[in-house]
Design a protein around this ligand. Structure first.
Ligand code: ZN
Length: 135
């Protein structure tokens, strides 16, 4: 599949997802990193490579600042991640697993289309997918 056909297919799949009511929120990250041992043996960990939905980022940031002290507020802000470089696969919140907004690389787009063709969704038939991506 040529790059222009991949982009057209991706745009049509995005439109299909939005028309179906799916509207992914942008991925967020927490600046800096923390690695806090909790009393129950768990570790509260985050670094800038971890991506979260808004609720999970806020909850984790608040919890870390509570444990680290108010002076840590200057080290741990929440920012939206730059998605322009693309991802080789879907992006999910590191805490709750909700799908976040992302752009696929050419490799990621090809891989996702191949995966779909091998594992069709119950919500859209392979014929519908072909009709939507190859008008
Ligand atoms: Zn989440």
């Amino acid at each position: 599949m040529t790059r222009s056909k991949l982009i057209a297919a991706s745009d049509r799949l995005d439109a299909f997802a939005k028309d179906s009511g799916f509207d992914a929120q942008p991925p967020r990250y927490i600046t800096g990193n923390f690695n806090i041992a909790l009393h129950d043996g768990e570790i509260l960990y985050s670094d800038e490579a971890h991506l979260y939905c808004a609720d999970c980022a806020t909850s984790l940031q608040r919890r870390a600042i509570t444990l680290l002290g108010p002076q840590s507020e200057d080290d741990h802000f929440i920012y939206c991640a730059d998605t322009s470089l693309g991802e080789d696969g879907p992006v999910y919140c590191a805490t709750c697993g909700v799908t976040l907004d992302y752009q696929l690389t050419e490799h990621g787009c090809t891989t996702e289309l191949e995966h779909y063709e091998e594992n069709p969704s119950a919500d859209i038939s392979p014929q519908e997918l072909r009709d939507r991506t190859h008008p």
